[in-house]
Design a protein around this ligand. Structure first.
Ligand SMILES: NC(=O)c1ccc[n+]([C@@H]2O[C@H](COP(=O)([O-])OP(=O)(O)OC[C@H]3O[C@@H](n4cnc5c(N)ncnc54)[C@H](O)[C@@H]3O)[C@@H](O)[C@H]2O)c1
Length: 322
């Protein structure tokens, strides 16, 4: 297939691109590099099926029209977005225009040429899990932050194009994802930040009391799920979750990563009102319809992530000394 991946140089996007190339598809990537580097695709730079990487903004309607006129895509994976809850509270306009308005522009192009779209939403749209069965697709949502609100808006627009125009469309809601290529600074994810702190010997800082839990999904499992949701024709007009079915408190995660090598500190939450206390996924639907199940345990995932961060730090050290 001819496949467009927006946000394809980002953390999850580059793994989605990798899987699509492995499966023999032709891939076009669009990203404005707002939170990523083109180096994330270095591994595939000579791949004959990575047709183009366009450094462009998905808020640019004319540009979207141009690429949809140029190529007859079969499928579009829409991952480009502002992803940070705190940033969305400080600057809701950027998140709303990136996550909701740009999704609408893209949908319009998909509608004109009947291109199937997979919208990358997030578990952050849900209200806290109320029991140990976890959150399934019928669990209540809650726009606790403009990030969640913008994603819920985008989801509803995508689903409306299925109902109103019959556009093949799927909304995927992966739970918190971690692994190699995730940023280790403030804009990264909790696992990458904690591992980085351990490796540089600084303390691990936890917002709030650390009893909040996350269902942490390894990035290759996440990418497999996203890609397979796009391949299936049984999910049109549907929302589907992916997570491991196990949640871990941030306190326990910090202990698992620090291995007593660095101290753990609790600091006041910047935006406690937007924290989701318990995020635990029920992925029965993905398993039933796609036959998808996560393969990588949290221990193995942390090991792989730590190895990658170590390697990246060593490379940077070498470059700095050259
Ligand atoms: N990381 C997670 O835990 C997680 C979990 C569930 C869903 N998601 C979703 O997955 C997607 C990818 O997230 P990620 O973690 O890889 O983050 P990321 O920031 O690495 O990826 C997002 C990409 O979108 C690009 N982008 C942002 N605004 C753009 C614009 N206007 N035009 C073009 N490109 C733009 C960024 O440069 C970046 O490469 C996002 O939609 C996010 O909401 C992430």
């Amino acid at each position: 297939m001819k496949i467009l991946v927006t946000g394809g140089t980002g953390f999850i996007g580059r793994w989605v691109v990798k899987r699509l190339l492995q499966d023999g598809h032709q891939v076009w990537v669009v990203d404005n590099l707002a939170n990523s580097s083109i180096d994330n695709l270095n591994e595939f730079s000579n791949h004959k099926n990575l047709v183009s990487i366009k450094i462009m903004d998905v808020r640019d309607k004319e540009f979207l029209q141009y690429i949809f006129n140029e190529v007859d895509f079969d499928l579009c994976y829409h991952l480009a977005a502002s992803i940070n809850v705190q940033d969305s509270i400080d600057d809701p306009e950027t998140t709303f225009t990136n996550d909701t308005v740009a999704t609408f522009y893209l949908l319009e192009e998909c509608r004109k040429k009947n291109v199937k779209i997979v919208l990358m939403s997030t578990c952050m749209v849900y209200d806290r899990a109320s029991d140990e069965r976890g959150i399934d697709e019928s669990s209540p949502t809650k726009p606790a932050s403009p990030y969640a609100g913008a994603k819920i808006g985008a989801e509803n627009m995508v689903l409306s194009y299925y109902f109103a125009y019959g556009l093949p469309a799927v909304v995927v809601r992966p739970f918190n994802t971690y692994g190699p290529f995730q940023k280790t600074g403030g804009e990264g994810g909790v696992v990458a930040i904690f591992i980085h702190n351990k490796l540089v010997g600084s303390s691990i800082k936890i917002y709030g009391d650390g009893t909040q839990t996350r269902d942490l999904l390894y990035v290759e499992d996440c990418a497999d799920f996203v890609v397979e949701a796009g391949y299936s024709d049984k999910l049109h007009g549907e929302i589907v979750n992916a997570g491991t079915g196990n949640d871990i408190s941030i306190n326990a995660l910090a202990e698992l990563i620090s291995e007593n090598q660095v101290s753990i500190q609790h600091i006041p939450h910047i935006h406690p009102q937007s924290e989701i206390q318990k995020l635990l996924c029920h992925s029965g639907k993905a398993e039933r319809i796609l036959g998808w199940k996560p393969k990588i345990s949290i221990e193995e995932g942390i090991k792989r992530t730590e190895a990658w961060i170590k390697e990246t730090m060593a490379k940077k050290d070498e470059e700095d000394h050259e």
